[in-house]
Write a protein that binds this ligand. Sequence first.
Ligand code: ME8
Length: 525
Amino acid sequence: MKNKFYITTPIYYPSAEAHIGHAYCTVMADILARYKRLRGIETFFLTGTDEHGEKIQKKALEKGVTPQQYVDEIAAKFQDLWKKLRISNDDFIRTTEERHTVVVQDIFSKLYANEDIYLGKYEGWYCTPCESFWTDTQVGEEHLCPDCHREVHRASEESYFFKTQKYLPDLLKYMDEHPKFILPINRKNEMMNTFIKPGLGDLCVSRTSFDWGIQIKENPKHVIYVWMDALTNYITALGYGSNDTSKFQKFWADENTEIVHIVGADISRFHVIYWPMFLKGLGLRLPDRVFVHGLLDLNGEKMSKSRGNVVSPLPLIDRYGVDSVRWFLAKEFSFGSDGRFTPELFAERCNVDLANNFGNLINRTTAMIIKYFNGVIPQLTKLNEKDLAIKELTEKTINSYEIYMDDLKVNEGLTVVTELLNAANKYIEETQPWVLSKEGKVDELANVMAILVNTIVVSTKLLSPVLVETKEKVFAQFGIKKELQGYEVNHQFCPFNGLTVNKGNPLFPRLDVATETDFINSISK
Ligand code: ME8
């Protein structure tokens, strides 16, 4: 396993406020970053905003502010949301920052000097009022602008292009030699069949029809067109091409760093095809993995502001707490497949896993230790068969969890932990502590209590990349001292005897599905 980890989310367009889809991607990346840190792996986690382009320029104009004022306001809202969602990013890159813009200009110059980029003509369907080029598919048979629905005409514009064919053989070789470069692996076929096999055209990397972008030094009437500007954020944020390249050396250049980009299915081809080519052109190593997650819809419809069906994460966090929102996102949707958000699913997921399973186990265990042992966690005695089965399951769970998480299989990693929690709840039913108490079987009763606490603490640590606030609460409730809070303590069995349990409030109250469905529907806009 590599000893350092660099993980990124896409840099989002601050053309509208973040919705649950953006939160989904960012939370998943955050979980992986927190997991690696938990395992003692030096980690750098990057997110940010992609602030140039015609769309942003137009939105600013509509609002009567400068593009910079416009993006400043929305970028601040993104940052605020990530704070509330407890996102642990190490940096937040904005493409309008000088540390990015000057390096992008140099990157362009380098690729141009290398003859990877040439000046040509961009041809397409042009909408004059919108000042936009569209493709055949976008304008359809009637040749109408998909934005304003007015007629478009054929036009051409001088543009710079990146030569994709020059690097295609390198890319194909890399894909062959690294079968886990694109994850889930079925996404590779999609890339091959949709984009590469039909013939990959050169990529347009400049525009002259708008000016909210990074100017090309060699030809200032051009601005660098979106993807060459946006993708390079992953290295400019690390200081590539700057006076201080130490982070870049550590988290990118060093082969001992695992580099993972998390991206939505909508932008996978830019990360899987063009980004590796730019890197090759710059003589840099390629990322280890591009993980393509699915897109979420709301009640079966694509989330879009104009349709009024966008869910903002903020009111959810306010009402249910950050851990419930993080849990729902991480556990409900299969990482890598598209998903459907429904208000019912949200409430049910929180009830099934958090209130009924994890929360219930915590409440029952706390109450029993207070009742049977005056609140002091007892010491383990000789284990019987049922105790040994839980011990074995705990060890197996830790092991599978690590394998899954290292393989970016977050759902599977979380599922093995919820199965352990289920098993612990069943263990209570089977051992019947209330009977053991009545019959005075104190040793057996002590084992059950010690094992339940151990299961709770181990699970809390394994789930801590997702349930960030719960961890603190569980540690407080079971009096877990600093020296027992580390991840490596998981390899000791039941080292918590003598600690005092506090009653605490129920961590995850049960939600009434109908009431919460009404609430979530009322905040979708
Ligand atoms: O594409 N479900 O920015 P963007 C799940 N600036 N994830 C979703 C989602 C949904 N419904 N909607 C958005 C851009 N996302 C470029 C990226 S990167 C160098 C430049 C997430 O604001 C998902 O990760 O449109 C998707 O890929 C990303 O937001 C697109 O964000």
